[in-house]
Ligand binder design. Sequence first.
Ligand SMILES: *Cc1c(COP(=O)(O)O)cnc(C)c1O
Length: 230
Amino acid sequence: MALQDRMRDVEQRIQEACRRSGRRREDVNVVAVTKYVSAATAANAVSQGIRHIGENRWPDSEEKWRLLHGQAVFHFIGSLQTRKVKDVVGRFDYIHSLDRLPLAEEIQKRAAALDIVVPCFLQVNVSGEASKHGMRPEELDDLAAALRGLDRIRPVGLMTMAPLASEAEETRPVFRRLRQLRDQMNAKRAFPAPLTELSMGMSGDFEVAIEEGATWVRLGSILVGKEEEA
Ligand SMILES: *Cc1c(COP(=O)(O)O)cnc(C)c1O
């Protein structure tokens, strides 16, 4: 399928999920995950109106970033090692994978050196799968408290990855739990400003995520496709 057809198809499914759940279309943002495709394909997507690009490794995204930053907003969605923070801060507009204090401290240090503030999602491993990155829900309070001292990090929301499921519907409890966690944190005034965002939902489960409150869905294969030699 051509990119334009995929974009139209995804857009229709997003609108239907919004309608089913009484949500406004403009409250759901799409990050096009380009990690499986070439810089040329990513550039084509941007020229067709894609505004947000998601990547999970700096070396693989460098060419795309050099070509497209300024034209698209860049989201770092992969697990982030502390020693790789220098590659990401100052380049990516959002980090979706903040999940521990040492990482936050390194982001703070780099952002301070560049005199910028980095909007971050806190990644939570809701499902408890050992293979998933992210903190345990019980760790959120402590990280929230520590972040109060890190003025270069702006917590904007929570992020999660649902376990691979044969049926999208099986992911619903994970997404619902993430929304509840966000609402609980906000009720406790855990952050200087309420968290407004939920980054959840991928190609296989984005409609369920939207029904459960996702404000950012991260779509790779279904939207920009997959290429053998990216
Ligand atoms: C690869 C990836 C995606 C997109 O995956 P698809 O299933 O192809 O949509 C979304 N989020 C994260 C964190 C990823 O690593």
